[in-house]
Design a protein around this ligand. Structure first.
Ligand code: BTN
Length: 306
């Protein structure tokens, strides 16, 4: 209902009477008033006059009603430890495929390889819960599809030169603008869920602790609508998953990466390798040619372009 009320108010520059809204939506004026009151409480600037209501300004809200038909599958929280924690609970409690957990701020945002993901206000932090009907061995293709679609969405929306660094970092001019973390549970040969967590630096300023990070605001010199970016990404990602097989994902991903053909250093918790990134195989592993000519398949690690 709140989404519908906002749609009416956004379509009018003038005051809209409570009666007009209630008759258009088939609810009582008291009900309209209650929804408006709640919207005001959560930050929408809606002027209430004796003649009706006028939307003065709407902040960059990520509440479920901003996402149209997705509303029932969007779970928004102002603050969480990590959207991964909330998503895991939902996934274990049978939430539907393509549910999305969004947070305004994370107290314990997690990055890959047990790192912290600093998650201040203004960034976009969300986890998508997926239940793909594929064998667990193919799960990495879903992650590669997500990073590819995010890179392409950012390119299309903002005309910026996004590339993917193996495995799933999104860079602009060598600086990281987004990262992806995934968790999966499977029973025998069936995936119960894959949760894909994505953090995008949007209107937040990366701290001096993240010297190789940047934000869309820094790149573009203006604030960006997180909701618009998230909506477009979700639409394209869902469309890609529903309408085309995952077989070609890695080759599509390769057209967005700048890792292949580069000299790279890979750091894992235990090892370090340097060499030429020759290829990425059908499971997303990096094929590295080491200085002694031997070839190594790297399944995970931090990749530095040297
Ligand atoms: C990385 O590049 O290391 C991955 C970063 C992933 C961050 C996102 S923000 C939303 C979700 N919740 C988390 O705690 N982490 C992921």
């Amino acid at each position: 209902m709140k989404g519908k009320i906002l749609k009416i108010l956004r379509g009018e520059n003038d005051v809209v009477s409570g009666e007009t809204i209630s008759s258009q939506l088939g609810v009582s004026r008291v009900s309209v008033w209650k929804h408006i009151k709640r919207l005001q409480e959560v930050g929408y600037h809606i002027q209430a006059t004796p003649k009706g209501y006028r939307l003065i300004s709407a902040h960059d809200s990520l509440y479920p009603w901003e996402f149209g038909e997705r509303e029932s599958k969007i779970h928004y929280f102002d603050e969480v430890t990590s959207t991964m924690d909330v998503a895991r609970n939902l996934a274990r409690n049978d939430c539907p495929d393509f549910s999305v957990v969004i947070a305004g701020h994370q107290k314990k945002g997690r990055g890959r390889l047990k790192r912290t993901w600093l998650s201040s206000e203004g960034g976009l932090y969300f986890t998508i819960i997926l239940r793909p009907q594929i064998p667990p061995a193919l799960s990495s293709r879903v992650n590669f599809a997500a990073s590819m679609i995010l890179a392409l969405t950012l390119r299309r929306m903002f005309k910026i030169d996004t590339v993917v660094k193996w495995p799933n970092d999104i860079l602009v001019h060598g600086r990281k603008v987004a990262g992806l973390l995934s968790e999966m549970e499977a029973e025998s040969d069936i995936i119960t869920y894959i949760n894909i967590g994505i953090g995008v630096n949007i209107n937040n300023d990366p701290t001096p602790r993240e010297p190789m990070a940047t934000s869309l605001k820094k790149i573009l010199g203006r604030n960006i609508s997180r909701k618009q970016l998230l909506s477009e990404f979700l639409d394209h990602f869902e469309n890609r998953l529903n309408n085309r097989a995952l077989d070609s994902v890695i080759s599509e991903w390769k057209s967005c990466t700048m890792t292949i053909g580069r000299h790279v250093k890979i750091v894992t918790n235990h090892d370090e390798f340097e060499g030429l990134a020759m290829d990425v195989d059908e499971n997303g592993a990096l094929i590295l040619k080491l200085a002694d000519g031997s070839v190594k398949t790297i399944i995970y690690g931090d990749c530095f372009h040297t």
